[in-house]
Every structure is written in structure tokens, then in C-alpha cells.
Design a protein around this ligand. Structure first.
Ligand code: SAM
Length: 283
């Protein structure tokens, strides 16, 4: 089988399985196995593909066809200007989350050596993203679950942003929150899906850890905990920014309004309300 035939066979497996973007996914899997970009694949399409690599590529196409997320199969995914390791046990970083990082970085741009806590850190996308945009920041990345925490540690190593400190802790613990008494900012992309809606999510999303998605009965449990336990530790004039799900902006704004002023809702590149942020009130 030549390169072109191997690629088309893999793409057909994805098409037949109803995968959303079969050409893109097949191209990514092909690159992972053969190391060929789109242009190289086209130029070399008549070359012999090789039995071993073809078998491996088609095995990955079948994994993808079975609903395993592309990002988990590839094992890494880009976020801002860096690449993060991902796999079962950690949420795949979403492009929308770059808005949270940029919003928080913008709010902190005039603060010297800002002390920041990233709650529900997962892969570390937000914490490492902030470290990349705010070189003198000191950032604690709080994560409760072991598997996600090991991705977080590896991603700090891999990207070299050692000013990010992984913290194994529960966001719902007042005792943990008290260990961070004078913060310049709290940022978070917490679980925010209503418990009852998890079963109806896209099959790929259901392969992501439930604890990364489940925001409690009304989807707002984490925002209440963050507001009640963590926002009081922000210095007056400091910042808070959280990512939200569809339809949650007004509820989250109300929750933040108790502690913060100038609370704003920011839309993402798709026009969805995605981030709520505010400034810690001077009391
Ligand atoms: C929506 S994911 C966000 C991951 C990452 N910040 C991102 O934006 O890609 C939420 C994360 O919160 C973690 N988590 C869930 N419950 C937690 C808790 N009680 N305390 C701390 N982290 C928690 C999950 O393991 C998951 O990594």
C-alpha cells in the first residue's frame, strides 16, 4: 500500500464511524505515525507506506472511530504557544480557555511579581499559560486528583515554567484556602456541567474524567466554593477571573458580586459568554 492509499483507508474508517472531522483527524494520526505533514504526505503519496506503520496508523484510526478523543491518542495538544501532555485522567485544554488566561494576564499586567492561584488546574493549561504571559508571576496550581496532578507536574517540567507550583488540594477545603492569605489573583476553569447533563454530552467528552466536568446539580457548586473560600484571600484591588459554561454568566456574576466590584462578562471568539471577572472590593 502506498502513502496516499494508507491515508485514505484511515480516513474512510473515520468517515464510516461518523467522526466529525475525518480528514483532520486522519491527518493528525498519520503525522503521529509517519511523521509526515500534509504537504509531505501529498508529495510522497506514491511512495511505499510500509506494513508496520500502516498497521499502526489503521489501529489508531480504529481507536478514534471507537470514540477515543484524538487528543488522547496523540498524547499532547497545543495551548497558547506551548504543547501540553494529555491523556485519560485529565481534561483536554480547550482553545476557549485561552480567553481566561489572556483576561487574567491583562488584569495583572501592572502588578509586580503577582501571586496567583489557579484552581482546578488539570493539565496546567491556565497556570502555565499565565506563567508564559507574566514572566515574574508566582503561581500555585491547585488540583485534587492524582492522575491530573501527574500531568500537571509533567507539563511544568516539559514547558520549563518552574515558577508554577503544583498543589495537591481540594478547592472545597477552607483550610487549604487559608494557606494563601494575600493573593493578587484567583483564576479558575472549574467543572461546570450540571450533573444531570453529563450523560448527554458528546461521546468524546464523556471519555474525559467526570470529576473534571461535574459542577454539581446546578453546575455552580465550584463557583460558590471559590467565592466563599478563596476570593476573600485576594488583596483589595486584586483580580478574579473564572471560565463559565453556556447560560451561567448572570448566575456566576451574582456569586462574584458579593466579593468583587466591576464584575464583567466577556465573550469568546464564538460569541459565547465565557469568562466572568472582577476586582476585589476595598472593604
Ligand atoms: C474543567 S477542568 C479544568 C482543567 C484546566 N484548568 C483547563 O482549563 O484545561 C477542572 C479540573 O478540576 C479538578 N477538580 C475537580 N474537583 C476538584 C476539587 N474539589 N478540588 C480541586 N480540583 C478539582 C479536575 O480534576 C479537573 O482537572
Amino acid at each position: 500500500m502506498n502513502v496516499g492509499q494508507a491515508y485514505r483507508t484511515g480516513r474512510k474508517i473515520l468517515e464510516d464511524a461518523g467522526v466529525d472531522s475525518p480528514a483532520f483527524d486522519a491527518g493528525c494520526l498519520f503525522k503521529k505515525v509517519f511523521g509526515l505533514s500534509l504537504q509531505e504526505r501529498i508529495i510522497q503519496s506514491e511512495n511505499e507506506a510500509g506494513m508496520q506503520k500502516t498497521k499502526r496508523f489503521l489501529a489508531l484510526a480504529h481507536e478514534r472511530a471507537g470514540g477515543r478523543p484524538l487528543q488522547y491518542i496523540i498524547g499532547e495538544w497545543p495551548f497558547l504557544d506551548f504543547t501540553l501532555e494529555v491523556g485519560e485522567g485529565v481534561l483536554i485544554p480547550r482553545e476557549e480557555t485561552e480567553l481566561l488566561v489572556r483576561t487574567a494576564a491583562q488584569m495583572l499586567k501592572n502588578v509586580e511579581k503577582p501571586v496567583i492561584v489557579d484552581l482546578c488546574s488539570g493539565s496546567g493549561a491556565v497556570a502555565i499559560g499565565l506563567a508564559s504571559l507574566l514572566p515574574d508571576a508566582r503561581i500555585a496550581a491547585v488540583e485534587k486528583y492524582g492522575e491530573a496532578l501527574s500531568y500537571l507536574r509533567r507539563n511544568i517540567e516539559k514547558t520549563g515554567f518552574r515558577e508554577v507550583r503544583p498543589v495537591h488540594a481540594d478547592v472545597f477545603s477552607a483550610e487549604e484556602a487559608r494557606r494563601f492569605p494575600a493573593l493578587d489573583a484567583v483564576v479558575a476553569n472549574p467543572p461546570y456541567v450540571r450533573s444531570g447533563e453529563i450523560a448527554s454530552l458528546q461521546r468524546e467528552v464523556q471519555r474525559e474524567p467526570e470529576q473534571a466536568l461535574d459542577g454539581g446539580e446546578d453546575g455552580l457548586a465550584f463557583y460558590r466554593a471559590i467565592a466563599g473560600l478563596w476570593l476573600p484571600h485576594i488583596k483589595p484591588g486584586g483580580a478574579a477571573a473564572v471560565e463559565i459554561g453556556e447560560g451561567q454568566a448572570e448566575d456566576v456574576k451574582k456569586i462574584l458580586d458579593h466579593f468583587m466590584e466591576n464584575v464583567r462578562i466577556i465573550r469568546d471568539f464564538n460569541g459565547f459568554e465565557r469568562v466572568v471577572c472582577g476586582i476585589r472590593r476595598h472593604t
